[in-house]
Design a protein around this ligand. Structure first.
Ligand code: IPM
Ligand code: MG
Length: 357
């Protein structure tokens, strides 16, 4: 049966990098019996410019109807002064929340060819393969109450609420344990239980869920220490699980271990493995429209889409092998380029992946 994929390029470099992933999917449609339709729509600043909101009701409806969503990135300077309720980022957060995409998988995998591209020493990162499981629809990103209020003394006060319910922690813990079972049976849960009650409870619940997975070795780590350990000795980690905000921060940090944030794919899944797939990086407005951005995180996100939502592990592996081959050929976008390698544009990189499929 034909599966429907909604393509949401978004803003900044979003349209450029998404176009390359679409190229790859088109090639698989033609040559490998990939049975999908792709429909494009607007999200983020682009949607705001067209509709006055960062996610039109109709687009959300399409997203709900589709089997998977591939998203580029949202945000840009021209929308930064808008009220926070209609900023581009709200479109992304609304998709995550309305589709209940609570499980965000961010694999920090170092292609061996890129060991020199990281700012860390090659021996520290060689062989790196970490999966960050980030809770995506709760925590301080969505907690109520929130806002900016004026106190009696006339001073303004900004406030947010860091809140997790037991069921939210349980379900993300299960996702992380299941992932650990499929990998090296090692899980590190990251919290700030020495200061924040919400994560003290997080720790308790992770330990409870752990009883159902006796084979998995569980460790708890404070987030400040985890941030340090990620650059000190990243290979000690296999699967990491954490809340929304810590996961946002640690996944950017982990991406640099892989050479560039332009390499980090992600999947955001609901309870039935329906998902939205996007690179972990942002819209990079400073380089938008120049055809120099790295499309590989988006192409690798499309691979994750084939794996988790479209049930085509074979084609996911095929894309990943093609990316590896292109790196073997010495082709690099600017972010991962160094002397002696061939610098290519966004579209040349996409073409090279298609040629290597
Ligand atoms: C990410 C991004 C988003 C987030 C922004 C754009 C809202 O940084 O996906 O990591 O904070 O989740
Ligand atoms: Mg982020």
């Amino acid at each position: 049966m034909t599966q429907e994929v909604l393509i949401l390029p978004g803003d900044g470099i979003g349209p450029e990098i998404t176009a390359e992933a679409v190229k790859v999917l088109e090639a698989l449609k033609q040559n490998d019996n990939l049975d999908i339709t792709m429909t494009h729509d607007l999200v983020g600043g682009a949607a705001y410019d067209a509709h006055g909101v960062p996610l039109a009701e109709e687009t959300l409806e399409k997203a709900k109807q589709s089997d998977a969503i591939l998203l580029g990135a949202v945000g840009g300077y021209q929308w930064e002064s808008l009220d926070i309720s209609v900023r581009p980022e709200k479109g992304l957060l609304a998709l995550r929340s309305n589709l209940e995409l609570f499980a965000n998988l961010r694999p920090a995998y170092l292609f061996p060819q890129l060991a020199d591209a990281s700012t860390l020493k090659p021996e520290v990162v060689a062989g790196l393969d970490i999966l960050i499981v980030r809770e995506l629809t709760g925590g301080i990103y969505f907690g109520q109450p929130r806002g900016i209020r004026t106190l009696e003394n006339g001073e303004r006060q900004g406030y947010n609420t860091y809140v997790y319910s037991e069921s939210e922690i349980k379900r993300i813990a299960h996702v992380a344990f299941e992932a650990a079972m499929k990998r090296n049976k090692k899980l590190c849960s990251v919290d700030k239980a020495n200061v924040l009650e919400v994560t003290e409870m997080w720790r308790e619940i992770v330990d409870e869920v752990a009883k159902e997975y006796p084979e998995v070795e569980v460790q708890h780590m404070y987030v400040d220490n985890a941030a340090m350990q990620l650059v000190l000795n990243p290979k000690q980690f296999d699967v990491m699980v954490t809340g929304n905000m810590f996961g946002d921060i640690l996944s950017d940090e982990a991406s640099m271990l892989t050479g560039s944030i332009g390499m980090l794919a992600s999947a955001s899944l609901d309870a039935n493995n329906k998902g939205m797939y996007e690179p972990s990086h942002g819209s990079a407005p400073d380089i938008a429209g120049q055809n120099i951005a790295n499309p590989l995180a988006t192409i690798l996100s499309a691979a994750m889409m084939l794996r988790y939502s479209l049930n085509r592990e074979d084609l996911a592996l095929k894309i990943e092998a093609a990316v590896s081959k292109v790196l073997d050929q010495g082709l690099r976008t600017g972010d991962i380029w160094s002397e002696g390698l061939t610098k290519v544009s966004t579209s040349e990189m996409g073409d090279a992946v298609v040629a290597s499929l």
